[in-house]
Design a protein around this ligand. Structure first.
Ligand code: NAD
Length: 295
């Protein structure tokens, strides 16, 4: 099987390496030439442009910062549309805006090309291990065709509905993830201010009803250790929250809890913390509480 990947950042690069380890022939394209060199050294085939990659690889994965870049990659002068043929299949793994995904799909269909949306959850570590969650939107036959391929990078690969459904579920998942990280941060920071040991608090929470991925993984590995290494930026989290909030606005429904969480994230973002890992939100809370959460 031959797969091209566009976007070799925190996620796409790890996916490329994982697919190579699984014996897949991988083609790569990124504007960052250093990333191209790194993944070529692992055995990936460098390509000249998105058009070149699309002409050489039947399956094309895009895993890019946002939908505007995805569109540029598709319709640009040397874009994917110039290289696709009727058996090509675009697997759009960017966390993106569902309404835009539906528009892109219409354009693809009109040109006689196929696509699915297949965003991921799990972060850098799960991308390395091939244990991501992948939520897929689009035609069931197209999904079935690439399900074995997606199974090489994901442990939970679920077809959630028509085109755009994967991107919808992804935004909603991150809305929950953002709120649980923030509320856990507030709770632990308050506990520390009250004189409690954060490690012991987390031991209780992680065997109690307050447990979440944030308390179980992010706090022990990134907060208690003070290791805020960048895996998923605060910029990207704010982008995801904006998508979720605008979906709610389109449906004219209130989002009380998520709105409060969104404001907190935007406050940290407006202070210039966008390029830091998203777990920096805990440092932002610590600053307000005048405490530090460490083991
Ligand atoms: P990243 O910023 O680390 O990587 C993006 C890559 O795209 C970079 O290598 C960049 O050079 C490349 N790029 C940008 N513009 C380009 C262009 N015009 N042509 C070719 N390449 C271009 O981002 P990431 O963390 O890997 O995230 C990628 C997507 O996956 C985002 O949509 C994000 O929301 C989503 N996501 C990320 C994580 C995570 O933990 N990092 C988890 C789930 C989903």
């Amino acid at each position: 099987m031959r797969v091209g990947i566009i976007g070799l950042g925190n996620m796409g690069g790890r996916m490329a390496k994982r697919l190579l380890e699984q014996g897949v022939e991988v083609g790569i394209f990124d504007v960052n030439k250093e990333f191209m060199r790194i993944y070529a050294s692992f055995g990936a085939e460098e390509t000249e442009s998105p058009a070149d990659l699309a002409a050489k690889f039947q399956y094309v994965i895009t895993v890019l910062p946002n939908v505007y870049i995805v569109k540029e990659i598709l319709v640009g002068e040397e874009g994917l549309m110039k290289g696709f043929s009727s058996n090509s299949l675009l697997i759009e793994m960017t966390t993106s805006i569902p309404s835009e995904t539906k528009e892109i799909n219409k354009m693809m269909e009109h040109a006689g090309f196929r696509m699915i949306d297949a965003p991921v959850s799990g972060g850098v570590k799960k991308a390395e291990e091939g244990t991501l969650s992948i939520m897929v939107g689009g035609d069931a036959f197209n999904f079935e065709e690439v399900e074995p391929l997606l199974g090489k990078i994901g442990q939970n690969v679920i077809h959630v509905g028509d085109i755009g459904a994967g991107h919808t579920v992804k935004a909603l998942n991150n809305m929950i993830s953002a709120a649980t990280l923030a509320v856990t941060g507030e709770a632990i920071a308050l506990g520390v201010k009250l004189g409690l040991d954060p490690t012991k608090m987390l031991s209780v929470i992680n065997t109690s009803t307050g447990k979440s991925f944030s308390s179980d993984f992010k706090f022990p590995n990134q907060v208690l250790t003070r290791n805020f290494e960048v895996g998923f930026t605060l910029d990207l989290m704010v982008k995801d929250l904006k998508i979720a909030m605008s979906m709610a606005e389109d449906e004219k429904v209130p989002m009380f809890i998520s709105s409060a969480s969104y404001q907190l994230w935007k406050q940290a973002w407006s202070e210039g913390k966008g390029n830091e890992d998203h777990t920096t939100i805990v440092k932002h809370i610590e600053e307000m509480f005048d405490v530090e959460i460490k083991a």
